[in-house]
Write a protein that binds this ligand. Structure first.
Ligand code: ADP
Ligand code: MG
Length: 248
């Protein structure tokens, strides 16, 4: 579904992504793990068209999407849920979901379909249902993350790019979010999941890639990566405390 070949991206004179190649097949959850500053967000933003790569190809369903505007890329079926969420604070939860539905493909903009998906996300996130008439800005961090994912789902993307959905959340909420990611994947959504929480990410993903200072240094099935000595040492070791567990 998504194929990235020999991708380079830079900010000014500084090259942040170096010769990255990866692919995500239809129906998969693929995780991209790596330390803070490795280039994970840059990679997602390059896919979304927010950053133009200096070299390389990004093919989505066989079509080269490099150079397309971010909105055009959304209409191809790719939606990014950014780190920091960016929900519309003054609007209610329900309004945020309705705004999400504007991104649906023309053929899927029917009222019944939208209602069905809205019921689905409320069943998935009962907390959002309880608070549907409240301004989104009043939600807790975890609820805002749920809303950001739910809003993206309302647009019926084909590929969802999630940037550190667990960041700053208490462990229990992290589990809820990751369970939901699995649930959405069962609904047919293909997902590229960026995480610092490598342990949890490798538990939900089918495959994973490890990004180190802009280079993909390892990739494989999640089960293999979990057993890889280098991954264990750098990302899963006893001393490695992920952000969601820190200070709890
Ligand atoms: N807008 C920017 N301008 C200049 N440098 C940036 C910008 N955004 C990120 N960087 C740098 O690029 C590198 C990768 O950042 P980022 O993709 O955000 O990493 P990650 O998401 O893995 O933490 C870091 O060294 C960061 O400081
Ligand atoms: Mg980031």
């Amino acid at each position: 579904m998504l194929t990235i070949q020999n991708l380079y991206a830079q900010y000014g004179a500084i090259t942040v992504l170096k010769n990255c190649s990866l692919h995500v097949d239809e129906g998969e959850i693929v995780t991209l793990i790596g330390a803070n500053g490795a280039g994970k967000t840059t990679l997602l933003s390059t896919i979304s068209g927010l950053i133009r790569p200096s070299k390389g190809n990004i093919l989505f369903k066989g079509k080269d999407i490099v150079g397309l505007s971010p909105s055009k890329i959304v209409s191809c079926g790719i939606t990014q849920v950014p780190e920091g969420r960016e929900i519309f604070g003054p609007f209610t939860v329900r309004e945020n979901l309705e705004i999400g539905a504007y991104l649906r493909h023309r053929k899927e903009r029917d009222k019944t379909g939208i209602k069905r998906d809205m019921d689905y996300v409320f069943a998935l996130f009962p907390r959002l249902k309880e608070r549907m008439n409240q301004p989104a800005g009043l939600l807790s961090g975890g609820e805002q993350q749920m809303l950001a994912i739910a809003r993206a789902f309302m647009g019926r993307p084909r590929l969802l790019l999630l940037d550190e959905p667990s960041l700053g959340l208490a462990p229990m909420l992290v589990n809820i979010i990751l369970d939901t990611i699995k649930e959405l994947n069962k609904e047919g959504l293909t997902i590229l999941l960026v995480e610092q929480n490598a342990r949890k990410a490798l538990n939900v993903a089918h495959r994973g890639y490890v990004l180190e200072t802009g280079r993909i240094v390892l990739h494989g099935a999640s089960a293999e990566l979990r057993e890889d000595p280098e991954v264990k040492r750098a990302y899963l070791g006893k001393d490695y405390k992920d952000i969601s567990e820190r200070g709890q």
